[in-house]
Design a protein around this ligand. Structure first.
Ligand SMILES: *Cc1c(COP(=O)(O)O)cnc(C)c1O
Length: 401
């Protein structure tokens, strides 16, 4: 049995969740960090409100717990992609405004209307579908227009926009629909001085003006994602709509960390420590051969758990006070780390941090750089057998989700 058991490490970190079987690998999500990040964003927002984006299961941090923590820290609303995501938040008892903005015209609008989910509309067909849902449920649907100002992805294209406004005005007049808000999404917000941002802002203001010309006055308008929220305060409008910054990762890492604190730590426990003689190959294909007599640690996390195989031999793993090189191929369930003469006395059961938020932890940006991607994708990697645990939420009642 390990002298420094895994559980002890989690308890030190403040966890109140102790499962009966210790997981092989886990993500530890620090809700204090989330609260800190939301408070930081509120400062940047000035008078504008904050909508915390918790799509994709809260960027793989857990939408319900992140949503609750963000609201408790002063976020006013939550944003998600799909109606199913929005309904899951309602089912967990969250009664704050929730906007769902990426829906097909055959999405479950009746369920959304019944649960008082605000529906982001990107076409006449979607607005028609919302109209049918309002009629079938006998309730007023709340609609937000998502206008395409140059991202050319989701959102109402300029050519269709007048038709949407004409129909929306009819539906508002007969009270099947309440028109609440308008928003748009920026293509190049992570390049704070790029002229495309100002082009989109101008088109957004034109779209708001055209709605007013149709007798449609939104209660609020919003444009800024994390990058714009932190670098372009002039674009805050009535609400900012940050995602990645809520999770503590900088949307413009080359510029600043903005005082954000990464919320996710991805770690596993050392399963085995063993000597390897000079000249012996380690892991499939013997891609790494011990250059000297050494000690290796087996970390039971692999590509099935979200450690890309292509990172084999390229990352450092935090064990004790320092990073040790991962060596040889990453396998489905495990990877190996070279401890040299094991100066820290690493033992079975010790926590091995793949990436994390504490000072000195390998940062997800490192993986992103190696893989030619962004840290948004990295925090979405842990999956499958990886168990998620929360720390730092004193408000949480015992036994709650
Ligand atoms: C994902 C998303 C956001 C949040 O973006 P971040 O870059 O994570 O801040 C905001 N608005 C929309 C429409 C989105 O799809």
């Amino acid at each position: 049995m390990a002298a420094r058991p895994w559980r002890a490490a989690a308890v030190v970190a403040g966890s109140v969740t102790v499962s009966s079987a210790d997981p092989q690998a886990e993500t530890v999500v620090d809700l204090d960090a989330v609260a800190h990040n939301v408070r930081t964003l509120r400062e940047y927002a000035g008078d504008a409100a904050v909508m915390a984006v918790v799509k994709a299961d809260g960027y793989n941090h857990g939408a319900v717990r992140i949503g609750r923590a963000a609201l408790a820290a002063g976020a006013a609303e939550l944003g998600v992609t799909t109606i199913a995501e929005a309904l899951a938040l309602r089912a967990a008892g969250i009664d704050a405004p929730i906007l769902s903005w990426l829906n097909t015209s055959d999405a479950d609008y009746p369920a959304a209307v019944a649960a008082d989910i605000e529906i982001g509309v990107s076409s006449v067909a979607q607005l028609r579908a919302v109209e049918r849902a309002a009629r079938s449920t006998g309730r007023t649907a709340t609609v937000t227009l998502k206008v395409d100002t140059g991202l050319n992805r989701n959102g109402i294209p300029e050519t269709e926009y007048p038709k949407v406004l004409t129909l929306l005005r009819e539906l508002v007049a007969e009270q099947s629909v309440r028109f609440r808000a308008m928003f748009s999404h920026l293509a190049r917000a992570d390049e704070p001085r790029h002229p495309a941002i100002d082009v989109q802002r101008d088109r957004f203001m034109d779209a708001i003006a055209l709605a007013k010309d149709h007798g449609l006055q939104p209660d609020l308008v919003h444009l800024a994602n994390s990058a714009a929220a932190l670098t372009r305060p002039d674009l805050a409008f009535d609400m900012i709509r940050p995602g990645i910054a809520v999770y503590g990762l900088s949307p413009v890492p080359e510029l600043s960390d903005f005082g954000l604190r990464p919320a996710m730590t991805f770690r596993a426990r050392v399963a085995l420590v063993k000597p390897v003689a000079a000249g012996e190959g380690v892991s499939y294909g013997h891609e790494w051969v011990a250059p000297r007599d050494t000690t290796v640690a087996l970390v039971p996390v692999g590509y099935a758990d979200g450690v890309p195989r292509s990172l084999g031999g390229r990352i450092g793993i935090r064990l004790g006070e320092r990073d040790y090189p991962a060596v040889g191929r990453v396998c489905m369930d495990q990877l190996m780390v070279d401890l040299g003469d094991n100066p820290d006395g690493v033992r079975e059961g010790d926590p091995a941090v793949l990436f994390g938020g504490a000072p000195g932890d390998p940062h997800p940006q490192r993986w992103a750089d190696l893989l030619g991607t962004i840290h948004y994708e990295i925090v979405c990697f842990p999956r499958g057998r990886v168990v998620r645990r929360y720390v730092g939420d004193p408000r949480r009642p015992r036994g709650a989700l």
